[in-house]
Design a protein around this ligand. Structure first.
Ligand SMILES: [Zn+2]
Length: 155
């Protein structure tokens, strides 16, 4: 844990996620293999500063999926300070995400299901009947991306 000390120290290292730009673009996303995980925008690793603390580099890999711009400030801070429970959440998230991506790809390429059916199964498994049309559409777009991304994997 380094936390407080760093609040008063200026970060000096170039951010390895956005290469110092402060924003993540498609080139960064490609380089870090996060096409199915992130969208371009403010860099969550350096918080848009372009620079990070040396200590951060040794505690948190720049490519963890969970650390994205959607995260709250507190959660971001917990992760970057090496909080144990936050680390568990990182691991659980990365595993769940990988599992979901693999499931979509298999349903499509191995089981021969179409995207609409895959989306239906997904929301049925969440046992959540309050799915908005936007949520459904977003997931459908996501499933499309997954399928496109795995085009050559199952042939
Ligand atoms: Zn950055």
């Amino acid at each position: 844990m380094f936390t407080l000390k760093l609040l008063f120290k200026k970060p000096k290292e170039q951010c390895p996620r956005c290469l110092g730009k402060g924003t993540v673009d498609w080139n960064d996303i490609e380089r870090l293999h996060k096409k199915l995980v992130w969208l371009p925008g403010k860099c969550a690793y350096c918080n848009g500063n372009g620079k990070v603390h040396e200590e951060t580099l040794s505690i948190v890999p720049a490519d963890i999926s969970y650390l994205s711009a959607n995260l709250s400030k507190i959660e971001r801070w917990k992760i970057l300070s090496g909080d144990k429970n936050a680390r568990k959440r990182v691991k659980a998230y990365e595993e769940a995400l990988a599992k979901m991506i693999d499931k979509i790809a298999r349903q499509y390429y191995v089981d021969g299901l179409d995207l609409e059916t895959i989306v239906d199964i997904h929301f049925a498994s969440l046992k959540n009947d309050k799915v908005s049309p936007k949520e459904r559409q977003d997931f459908l777009e996501y499933a499309k991306k997954v399928v496109e991304f795995h085009k050559n994997k199952f042939s």
